[in-house]
Design a protein around this ligand. Structure first.
Ligand SMILES: Cc1ncc(COP(=O)(O)O)c(C=O)c1O
Length: 450
């Protein structure tokens, strides 16, 4: 009989069955007294009889094992044609999305605020990129919005492109107009891929701003970033049935043949929450977060971004360096997600304890805004690409001081923070203005092609 947590139920039953484990993994499910981490060993198994197989593509029989059942429950909650589990984060899903939608050697139109998982996938699949610059905040190349208008000019430069790749929300919580971008893509016969790594929770807030709801063909969510799942747990959502038959094969191409059952189980255990407690607890958390945002702003610490669960403090507008602010908070027992000179990112989730909100409020009440400072960045324009991403990635390289890199070809993208607008990406020529921007971000060494 199907249950709401088919995978967890199987693992629990097996853990207590007393079966002799003459199979992987080597810990054999043995709990070591005094070692709290080993408490989960009994649940950590491999593809034994009845445990299903994440990457089984057997076309003869429809998949109906415990993982397949669990994925179907998640697909129902997200309103997708199918949702595939990943124990390799959104990174794996991004590789799969690109393998599905962009033939090797083809061009992808991509908003520049990409995570490096995208660039790595382009290197693996030998993809070329026609970049679209998001409208980013003055003094920062971290966050930004992408609109359908800017895609039109990219398409005129790359008329053979088959798909558009968007990162929304971005690290600062900026949410682009996915609906308008999806309409543009439909009109021009382009596939829309969305990196929604930071937006798994968006489906369960109102309005529903999940990319699949708004018309994306494929999208990835890092469940582990914003929902109560183990690190590495993510979803590949299929919003266009054209990709159904090949999606699992694309995931299998890049994924480990030993995906962690603990991670998969943590995704399974989300299923009963979607239609019960999660929407309500997310709505409540969003309200508390909005209240905290108002408090910060009234207290002189302005915030940016549209994600209701992200507090991105515009540190410089409060006269602080974001890293200095992060240190001050650390001394008061708070660890933030990210800090740069311009920003401080605080990630809130439904699991954030009420005490942590009070702690944040007390901490900010003890800090005082100063006269706003301004970060002057030279105007950013796209550096010329002189090699393919793949060739530059796999070429022999060396790491040199940024100050000496003018005229060299970048071998590994350099960004202000992990998922931000890269200043230079693999294959692009580094110019004097790029060096000035890199130095502003305290990036003192870069990897270049030898
Ligand atoms: C925007 C964005 N996309 C993709 C990824 C990769 O996600 P994961 O860590 O789940 O593989 C990240 C990770 O930080 C990210 O910030």
């Amino acid at each position: 009989m199907p249950t709401e947590t088919p995978l967890y139920d199987f693992l629990r039953h097996y853990a207590h069955s007393g079966t002799a484990r003459l199979h992987m993994p080597g810990h054999k499910g043995q709990v070591i007294p005094g070692d709290p981490l080993s408490a989960v060993f009994p649940y950590d198994i491999t593809e034994i009889n009845g445990a299903d197989n994440l990457f089984d593509e057997t076309p003869a029989a429809p998949r109906d094992g415990v993982i397949a059942q669990s994925e179907r429950l998640t697909a129902r909650a997200y309103g997708t044609y199918a949702t595939l589990f990943s124990a390799g984060g959104s990174t794996l899903c991004i590789q799969a999305m690109l393998a599905l939608a962009a033939p090797p050697g083809s061009t992808v139109i991509a908003a520049r605020n990409v995570h490096r998982a995208f660039l790595n996938a382009c290197a693996l699949l030998d993809l070329h990129v026609e970049w679209v610059l998001p409208r980013y905040e003055p003094g920062s190349l971290v966050g930004g919005h992408v609109d359908a208008g800017s895609l039109a000019s990219a398409l005129s430069h790359a008329p053979s492109a088959r798909c558009v790749y968007l990162t929304s929300p971005d690290y600062l919580g900026c949410i682009s107009d996915v609906k308008a971008v999806a309409a543009f893509c439909r009109q021009h016969g382009l596939t829309l891929l969305v990196d929604n790594a930071h937006g798994a929770h968006l489906k369960f807030l109102r309005p529903d701003l999940h990319p699949i709801t708004l018309g994306a063909d494929l999208c990835c969510d890092s469940a582990h970033k914003t929902l109560p799942a183990l690190t590495g747990g993510a979803f590949l959502h299929v919003g266009n049935p054209t990709f159904l038959s090949r999606a699992r094969g694309a995931m299998a191409l890049f994924g480990s043949t030993s995906p962690s059952y603990l991670i998969l189980c943590s995704l399974d255990r989300l299923n009963p929450l979607y239609e019960t407690t999660l929407p309500q607890s997310l709505a409540h958390t969003a309200d508390v977060c909005a209240e905290l945002r108002r408090f910060l702003e009234q207290h002189g610490f302005p915030c940016t971004g549209e994600d209701p669960l992200r507090l991105t403090v515009e540190a410089t507008r409060a006269g602080w360096d974001g890293r200095e602010l992060a240190n001050a908070l650390r001394e008061m027992g708070i660890e933030c997600e990210y800090a740069s000179d311009a920003h401080l990112v605080l990630m809130i989730a439904a699991s954030t304890p009420a005490e942590d909100f009070s702690c944040l409020k007390r901490a900010f009440a003890a800090l005082h805004p100063r006269p706003a400072s301004i970060i002057e960045l030279p105007d950013f324009t796209l550096p010329p690409a002189v090699m393919s991403i793949r060739d530059a990635t796999f070429a022999e390289n060396e790491t040199i001081p940024t100050a000496q890199s003018a005229g060299r070809v970048c071998a590994a993208a350099v960004t202000a923070c992990p998922p931000a607008v890269p200043v230079v990406v693999n294959g692009e020529l580094i110019r004097n203005d790029d060096i000035k921007i890199l130095q502003k971000y305290s990036i003192s060494r870069v990897k270049v092609v030898k």
